[in-house]
Design a protein around this ligand. Structure first.
Ligand code: NDP
Length: 372
C-alpha cells in the first residue's frame, strides 16, 4: 500500500537524485524504486519546543536517515506531550539547566537548537562541549564575533556545526543554481530578493532586541541575503543599506521594521534586497543574466516553491523542506557528504558578517566594504 510516508520518502529521494542529476524529471524519478535504507541513523534531540521545533518534529517523521530521540525544553508539560507523541524515553529529556549531562548519553548524536536567536551562541557552545554535533537555526548568532566563537568551540570539540538553511536542499532552488553554474543565464547581472511579512503580537521575542538581536533583518531579511549569495553564486564585496520605520512603538530601538540593502559583487553584478516586518506578501526572488532569467514566488516560504525561468516553469518535485533537510544533514554528519550549497558554520558566518555590515551601513549611511 502506498502511504503518505512512502510518497514523501520517494519525493525526498527524488530531491537527492536531483542534486546528482538535475536533469531527472519527476516522471523519471517516480519510476525509481529505492531499497529500504539500512545505513546508520542520526539520533537527534530538539532544543526549544516552540513553533518551528514542532513543525520540524512532525517533518522528521518522514526522515529515513534521522530520528527524533530526545528533547531539551524549559516547559515540563511540553516534554510530557512530546514523550507521548514521539515515544521519547525519560532518559533523553533535559532542561536548560541540566542538558550538559547529555555528554553521558550515548543514545543522542546531535542536538538541534531551535530557540530564540540570542540563545543560540551559548547553547551551541554547550552542545559542543558535551561532545554532540550541533545543528542551529538561522540566524546562527547575533553577530559575527559570536558566530566565530561557535565555530571555534565545535572545531575544538571535534563535532560538526550545521545551520538550518532549508532552501539549500529545495529542488527548484537547486535547479536554478544548476542552471547558473551551467551558464544557462549567461553573465549574471542582477538579483532582487524581497522577504517580509507583518509581524503580529508586539510582545513576541522577535520584537525584543535582547532575544532577537535586531528585527526583520535577523529573521526574514537573512533569506534575501543568503539567497543573493546562492543565486548570484559569488560573495559580495560591498553593501549599502537604508532603514525605514513607520511604527516606533511596535519596533523599538534596535528592532528594524524595514531595511533595504544593496550588494555589489566583484563580477559587476548587483543585488537589491528588501527585508520587512511590516509589509505582507514579500517572498520573491528574481535573477537576471544576459542570456536568461529566473523568478521565484514564493521563493523561501515552506512551499510549494514556484518559479519559472526563460526556459519555462520549474517542475522539480515539491518536498517537505524540513524532512529533506534533516535527511541530508544526517548524511553530512554521518558520511561527510558535501551539499551543493554549504550549510556549515562558515557559511552562516558569511551571512553574519554581512548583517553586521548592513547594520553599520544603516547607522553611518555609508557604503561598507566587505573585503577588509
Ligand atoms: P517560538 O517562540 O515559537 O519557539 C521558541 C522556543 O524556544 C519556545 O517555545 C521555548 O521552548 C524556547 N525558549 C527558550 N527560552 C526562551 C525564551 N527566553 N523566550 C522564548 N522562548 C524560549 O520561536 P520559533 O520556533 O518560531 O523560532 C525559533 C528559532 O527558529 C529562531 O531562531 C528562528 O529564527 C528559527 N526559525 C527558523 C525557521 C526556518 O524556516 N528555518 C522558521 C521559524 C523559525 P520550550 O518551552 O520548549 O523551552
Amino acid at each position: 500500500m502506498n502511504t503518505r510516508r512512502d510518497f514523501l520518502r520517494n519525493i525526498g529521494a527524488s530531491a537527492l537524485m536531483l542534486q546528482l542529476n538535475s536533469l531527472t524529471t519527476f516522471a523519471d524519478s517516480s519510476d525509481h524504486h529505492e531499497q529500504p535504507y539500512q545505513g546508520k541513523v542520526l539520533r537527534v534531540a530538539i532544543m526549544g519546543l516552540g513553533g518551528y521545533g514542532t513543525r520540524f518534529a512532525e517533518a522528521m517523521k518522514d526522515c529515513t536517515k534521522a530520528k527524533l530521540v530526545g528533547v531539551i525544553s524549559g516547559t515540563t508539560s511540553k516534554i510530557k506531550d512530546w514523550q507521548a507523541k514521539y515515544n521519547i524515553p525519560e532518559k533523553n529529556c533535559y532542561n536548560y539547566d541540566n542538558f550538559d549531562q547529555v555528554k553521558n548519553n550515548p543514545d543522542i548524536d546531535a542536538i538541534y537548537v531551535i530557540t530564540p536567536n540570542a540563545l543560540h551562541h551559548s547553547q551551541v557552545i554547550r552542545v559542543a562541549n558535551a561532545g554532540k554535533h550541533a545543528i542551529c537555526e538561522k540566524p546562527m548568532a547575533l553577530n559575527a564575533r559570536e558566530g566565530q566563537e561557535m565555530i571555534d568551540a565545535c572545531k575544538k570539540a571535534n563535532v560538526k556545526l550545521l545551520v538550518g538553511y532549508r532552501m539549500h536542499f529545495e529542488p527548484r532552488t537547486l535547479e536554478v543554481i544548476r542552471m547558473r553554474n551551467a551558464g544557462e543565464f549567461g553573465k549574471v547581472m542582477f538579483f532582487q530578493g524581497q522577504c517580509g511579512f507583518k509581524a503580529g503580537d508586539p510582545k513576541q521575542w522577535r520584537l525584543d532586541k535582547a532575544l532577537a538581536g535586531g528585527g526583520s533583518m535577523m529573521d526574514i531579511g537573512i533569506y534575501a541575503l543568503n539567497g543573493a549569495r546562492y543565486m548570484v553564486g559569488e560573495e559580495p564585496v560591498w553593501v549599502t543599506a537604508q532603514e525605514t520605520k513607520t511604527d516606533p512603538v511596535k519596533f523599538k530601538d534596535g528592532v528594524d521594521e524595514t531595511i533595504q540593502f544593496q550588494l555589489g559583487f566583484a563580477s559587476g553584478a548587483v543585488a537589491s534586497c528588501l527585508s520587512s516586518y511590516n509589509i505582507n506578501h514579500l517572498d520573491r526572488f528574481f535573477l537576471s543574466g544576459d542570456k536568461g532569467f529566473a523568478e521565484m514566488q514564493p521563493s523561501t516560504g515552506y512551499g510549494p516553491i514556484r518559479g519559472r525561468t526563460h526556459q519555462g516553469e520549474l517542475t522539480q518535485p515539491v518536498t517537505i523542506h524540513q524532512s529533506v533537510q534533516m535527511d541530508e544533514m544526517a548524511d553530512i554528519i554521518l558520511t561527510n557528504k558535501k551539499p551543493v550549497v554549504p550549510v556549515n558554520g562558515e557559511e552562516a558566518l558569511k551571512d553574519l558578517k554581512i548583517i553586521d555590515a548592513i547594520y553599520q551601513a544603516v547607522k553611518t549611511g555609508k557604503k561598507v566594504s566587505l573585503t577588509t
